[in-house]
Write a new protein. Structure first.
Length: 68
């Protein structure tokens, strides 16, 4: 029973569904386990709770947007 545990930033429902489908397809092709035996858990983290060094991802996105 493959268990896929993933932590990501905020995602739309459509993107989460597409991600789940691709992860399960990839796991099925490698493990040979049937679709129904897979469990996928997505932990969504707000961008202000993720950082690279001392800069939050929220700050990075805001800086990138201000340069457009």
């Amino acid at each position: 029973m493959p268990f896929i545990n993933l932590t990501v930033g905020p995602m739309t429902q459509e993107k989460k569904k597409a991600l789940i489908e691709k992860l399960v397809d990839a796991s099925m092709s490698v493990t040979g386990a049937p679709e129904q035996s897979h469990t996928v858990v997505i932990h969504e983290m707000p961008l202000d709770a993720l950082s690279i060094g001392k800069t939050t991802v929220e700050e990075m996105v805001a800086a990138r947007e201000s340069k457009k």
